[in-house]
Design a protein around this ligand. Structure first.
Ligand code: PLP
Length: 394
């Protein structure tokens, strides 16, 4: 590896960092402090979907920064209204709350679920969540997360959650029979941190059916899957189902910190003045950037591009890795791609860096790729070739 030695003793050691530091980026490429170039098939974990230093986003950021960064949600924020209008037109939702991250977007969703329950006189409103999910690191979202490692040491966890296996409708149907406290279901349409787990095609439709029967909110965490990543603006748009609440972040700002909780119908009316807030949430600066991101995704047809590139890459992986006994599964939706190996492959992250390629390994044995939606065919081929070489070298 490049071996950038950065004195970071005064940073809380929440991350085991790879010793590389990047200086600049352009499109699908990053350059480190030694001038070495890397093809970025990770985009800062599904954040920089338009690629690095995208000219439209850079322009929007610089124009807005020269005019006005922040006022307050005490006043009207036209840029925020403009972004909410765009997101509602795309999603079919009615209202948006803006925060600064995915976790905050999910916090807002969980608070909406509790308001929904408390308004119905339910004393312990309970949200159904799934195993191997990831929803964030705040107390409520780490409680919702289906990974003990994220929770360990932070007990007591919050009340009001019940967990079922992912993609198991029957488990939810049973809870529907027995638990009168349930008010909502929160799931990812495709599990990201969980290893690009793709549920059955009718999973969301079946959940919608149960939620309608029971008066529960269907809440989708699209923090990772949103903003074109899976081939439609939101992943649920491939299911024929409308959620009551949908959260997103990551790709919405292309690197500028923003999170959004969108809601529809009655769920959109539960938050009142004073219910919830965030000092920075939806300020002119982040909303100008996000407006440019949304416009670019729509006008440059990047959802369609993600769907097509994803199919091409999957097909090439399947051909190139056919018969390789180290490979347990190859799957993906749009540009959320996974190659699951039979054994631990965490060493491949470092080997990829040596080869000038940025990838991620999740769950120990799943190579996760989240490349930019703006990649050229040649860059997509280079990602596939690079990953195949790494796997074949094992
Ligand atoms: N939800 C999902 C599905 C995520 O993938 C993530 C982050 O990886 C989060 C929530 C948390 O987002 P943030 O890190 O912006 O708080």
């Amino acid at each position: 590896m490049s071996g950038a030695t950065i004195q970071n003793d005064h940073i809380m050691q929440t991350y085991g960092r790879i010793p590389v530091a990047f200086e600049r980026g352009s499109g699908a490429y990053l350059e480190d402090t030694n001038g070495k170039r890397y093809l970025d098939a990770l985009t800062g974990l599904a954040v920089v979907g338009l690629g690095h230093a995208h000219p439209r986003v850079t322009q929007a950021i610089t124009d807005q920064a020269a005019k006005l960064l922040h006022t307050s949600n005490l006043y009207e924020v036209p840029r925020q209204a403009e972004l909410a209008n765009k997101l509602c037109a795309i999603s079919g939702m009615d209202r948006v709350f803006f925060g600064n991250s995915g976790a905050e977007a999910n916090e807002a969703a969980l608070k909406i679920a509790r308001l929904h329950g408390n308004n119905k006189g339910i004393k312990t409103p309970t949200v159904i969540v799934t195993s191997e999910s990831f929803h964030g690191r705040t107390m409520a979202t780490l409680t919702a997360t289906g990974n003990r490692k994220v929770q360990a040491g932070f007990e007591p966890l919050l009340k009001g959650f019940v967990r079922v296996p992912y993609n198991d409708v029957e488990a939810i149907a049973q809870i529907a029979e027995n638990n009168p406290d349930v008010v909502a279901v929160l799931v990812e349409p495709v599990q990201g941190e969980g290893g690009i787990k793709i549920p059955s095609d009718d999973y969301l439709a079946k959940l919608r059916g149960i939620c309608d029967d029971k008066g529960w909110l269907l809440m989708l965490d699209e923090v990772q899957t949103g903003n074109g990543r899976t081939g439609t603006y939101f992943a649920y748009q491939q299911s024929g189902v409308m959620p009551d609440v949908v959260t997103t972040a990551k790709g919405l700002g292309n690197g500028v910190p923003i999170g959004a909780c969108l809601a529809r119908g009655d769920a959109a009316e539960l938050m009142k003045p004073g219910s919830h807030g965030s000092t920075y949430g939806g300020n002119p600066f982040v909303c100008a950037a996000a407006c440019a991101v949304v416009d670019t995704i729509v006008e440059e047809k990047l959802c369609e591009r993600a769907a097509k590139l994803g199919e091409q890459m999957l097909a090439r992986f399947k051909t190139a890795l056919k018969g390789n006994n180290n490979v347990a599964d190859i799957r993906g939706k749009g540009l959320m791609l996974a190659i699951e190996l039979t054994d631990d492959c965490t060493d491949l992250v470092g080997k990829a860096i040596d080869a000038g390629l940025l990838i991620n390994v999740t769950q120990g044995n799943i190579i996760r790729l989240l490349p930019p939606l703006t990649m050229t065919d040649t860059e997509a081929d280079a990602v596939v070739d690079g990953v195949v070489d790494l796997i074949n070298g094992k």
